[in-house]
Design a protein around this ligand. Structure first.
Ligand SMILES: [Zn+2]
Length: 303
């Protein structure tokens, strides 16, 4: 803890051998989950499907019982930084279903620098993408893999904004003007996401939501999450904000512990907007926030 917040040191770097083994195991587990949820007698109530194409996504969205999963790596440590080998690695992972890639987690790697968790702090920590990092963005564009900018530092973000031909995607970060966490986005980053027709997925973690940045705060109300949604809507419109949650990666507020609590968020959203006397909260806005903005960005990026 620091006098006005907290600071976490950089996580240690990972070797490519360890990272490759790790993602192989995770991919295997995902395949097994899919198989186990499709027993031959058709008895499983909620089949899980790994989504690899735009068609599979739109079909899955129409089937209420199917849980769709999109394979994403948070950090590109399992990919070789040598350009030739990088192409091979990426093609092999694509073959196995990889459709979204975060260049970094909150550590430095051969491609760029993530931000260490810190409050209050600007995301302007460390240098931009390495040569290999720039190559990886181009290669992802080429194959049709989403490049995720959550965890990336400001200079790296600006490099991707310059290089990438696809919409900018920040899967789980919030508004820095409300909560001055190093993980959150400055206004100029939010504007660049809008310029690229991209999307920001709102993270529900209290330390990235609360104006006081307090990390252990399970009492954090849903209204504080809505403040971030509202800020983005007022600044750049209803086409660039979605849900990012971070259910699997952070401590959640008691009011929004898992996906089963999402109806409570929708209910609060409706209430809050009614009370504000705004009619912006049409069905259209809710659809966009809950899935259509994600679907648009995926359709604009995947081949
Ligand atoms: Zn994360």
């Amino acid at each position: 803890m620091t006098p006005d917040g907290y600071e976490v040191q950089y996580a240690r770097s990972l070797g490519i051998g360890y990272a490759k083994k790790f993602v192989e195991t995770i991919m295997q587990l995902l395949e097994e989950l899919q198989q186990q949820s499709h027993p031959s007698d058709g008895s499983h109530p909620r089949p899980l499907q790994i989504i690899r194409t735009k068609n599979e996504l739109s079909t899955c969205l129409k089937q209420e019982d199917t849980i769709g999963a999109i394979l994403h790596f948070e950090g590109a440590e399992a990919i070789d930084s040598n350009l030739k080998q990088m192409e091979k690695d990426l093609a092999a992972y694509y073959q196995k279903g990889l459709r979204s890639l975060g260049l970094v987690w909150s550590r430095a790697n051969s491609f760029g620098h993530g931000v260490p968790f810190k409050f209050p702090a600007s995301p302007d920590i460390g240098p931009g993408l390495t040569h290999a990092g720039q190559g990886l963005v181009t290669e992802c564009n080429e194959i049709g893999i989403i490049v995720d900018l959550a965890h990336l530092n400001l200079k790296g973000f600006m490099d991707v904004a310059k290089i990438s031909k696809h919409p900018l995607v920040v899967s789980h970060s919030n508004v820095h003007a409300i909560c001055r966490s190093s993980r959150n986005l400055l206004d100029k980053q939010i504007d660049l996401v809008a310029d690229s027709n991209g999307v920001i997925g709102i993270n529900f973690c209290p330390s990235m939501i609360r104006p006081d940045g307090r990390p252990e705060a399970p009492e954090t109300p849903i209204s504080m999450i809505i403040d971030h949604i509202d800020y983005i809507v007022k600044r750049i419109g209803i086409d660039h904000v979605a849900l990012g949650s971070d259910f699997d990666g952070a401590t959640m507020p008691d009011a929004l512990k898992d996906a089963a609590a999402l109806p409570a968020l929708v209910y609060k959203l409706k209430k809050q907007y009614e009370l504000d006397g705004l009619d912006a909260l049409s069905e259209e806005f809710l659809d966009k926030l809950l899935y259509k903005n994600w679907q648009r960005v995926i359709n604009d990026t995947w081949k």
